[in-house]
Design a protein around this ligand. Structure first.
Ligand SMILES: *Cc1c(COP(=O)(O)O)cnc(C)c1O
Length: 392
């Protein structure tokens, strides 16, 4: 396909691949474990065993790679399997830098398995060139990790600025792009070496599979080779059916992400006008301190994720989450339906997630319906709190 095509076209056509055998336009599912040898005991079709050679992986990997502008992509059994492969290729004593507010599963892995493995970890308060620059140890730091917008408070990092500092120190910069997706942000174009995904969220987009992906920038093919060995030898391999389902989900990625972004901005503006809401954390709002950078490095929207802090603390926040009807009180995000969640109540260990905060994943419902749902929930909470304090 032509080099200039837009993400809407790439996703809708899934790169336009046709099954050579049957001319089928939909991706064939090939669950075979093993591939026939020729009489000389060589792989006839260049494939041996599906742990490494599953043909069903190729189209979703090619599509993710193309959307990210990478030099190669590998899909994994989960986001965590993909993420940890980046650290499993390191050696005891290597140093890595992570933000304090990072995907909690990664923080937990690092604090147990990563440390036991002998990695040295520095958590930085902010992903600024100042903080990251101070934490970098020349020759020792191998990976700097970041997310932007960063879960669950949606802080923004200037990828281009931080990447240049990290590269100068000889480290790799790895970006978890699960939240914005390549529809809104392409970290490799901004200087990233490695891009990670939990495909369980927006890429699949229908809340019915778990998967992950690693993409590397041109010049980092050696890193991908290591990661491919790790995938094969540790065995965090996606199932054929999940690979098939993932590609089907990605055909609508661009429209889903744009619709969610448009609705999220409307919802953020509504919440910002509510007395009960102390603060709305959404990079699409002008008053968000990452808005200018987000507007520069995100195209076509600010994503479907936002959080808000509720007057009345943890009690009021949890009460509000129990009063919604259309939103579902559940974990995860990036699916067709909207969810709301009290994160601090779930995270383990030294989480610094505010206790009065709710996280929202905006789905594909009508945005007026979603706003009405939040409005009625907020009204109920206001009423109950007034009643409890004897003011009604
Ligand atoms: C969910 C998530 C992960 C982990 O992915 P799984 O597919 O659940 O293993 C990693 N990073 C981010 C930002 C996530 O939201």
């Amino acid at each position: 396909m032509s080099k200039k095509l837009h993400p809407e076209t790439l996703t809708a056509t899934a790169l336009g691949w046709i099954d050579r055998e049957t001319d089928a336009m939909a991706f064939p599912l090939r669950p075979s474990t093993s591939f026939l040898r020729d009489p000389k005991n060589l792989d006839r079709a260049g494939r041996m065993f599906t742990r490494d050679d599953n043909p069903t992986f190729e189209q979703p990997e090619a599509l993710i790679n193309r959307l990210e502008g990478g030099a190669g992509c590998l899909i994994f059994a989960s986001g965590m399997a993909a993420i940890t492969s980046v650290f499993q290729r390191l050696t005891p004593g290597d140093h890595v830098i992570l933000p304090k507010l990072v995907y909690s599963g990664l923080r937990e892995w690092m604090n147990t398995h990563g440390l036991r493995w002998g990695l040295q970890v520095t958590y930085v308060d902010e992903c600024t060139t100042g903080c990251v620059g101070d934490a970098l140890r020349k020759g020792k730091t191998k990976v700097v990790w970041l997310e932007t917008p960063s879960n669950p408070t949606w802080t923004i990092t200037d990828i281009a600025e931080v990447s240049s500092v990290v590269r100068d120190a000889g480290a790799l910069i790895a970006i978890d792009n699960t939240v914005p997706t390549p529809i809104l942000t392409q970290p490799i174009k901004l200087g990233a070496d490695i891009v990670l995904h939990s495909c369980s969220k927006y890429l699949n987009g229908h809340g019915d599979l778990i998967g992950g992906a690693v993409v590397v920038a041109e010049g980092r093919e050696n890193v991908l080779k290591d990661i491919q060995n790790i995938r094969n030898e540790y065995g965090g391999v996606l199932g054929s059916f999940e690979a098939w389902l993932l590609l089907r989900g990605m055909r609508t990625l661009a429209v889903r992400v744009k619709t969610a972004s448009t609705s999220a901005l409307k919802i953020a503006e509504f919440l910002d006008s509510c007395e009960m809401v102390q603060q709305v954390l959404y990079p699409g709002l002008r008053r968000h301190n990452g808005h200018v950078v987000a507007a520069k490095q995100m195209r076509g929207g600010f994503g479907g994720m936002l959080s808000f802090r509720v007057e009345g603390g943890e009690y009021a926040a949890k009460l509000l989450a129990s009063k919604v009807n259309i939103f579902r009180q559940a974990i995860s995000f990036g699916s067709t339906e909207s969810v709301i969640e009290h994160r601090a109540g779930l995270e383990k260990g030294d989480s610094s997630t505010p206790r009065d905060m709710l996280r929202v994943s905006v789905g594909l419902e009508n945005s007026d319906d979603l706003i009405s749902d939040l409005r009625q929930a907020i009204n109920q909470v206001e009423y109950e709190i007034k009643k409890d304090s004897g003011n009604v």
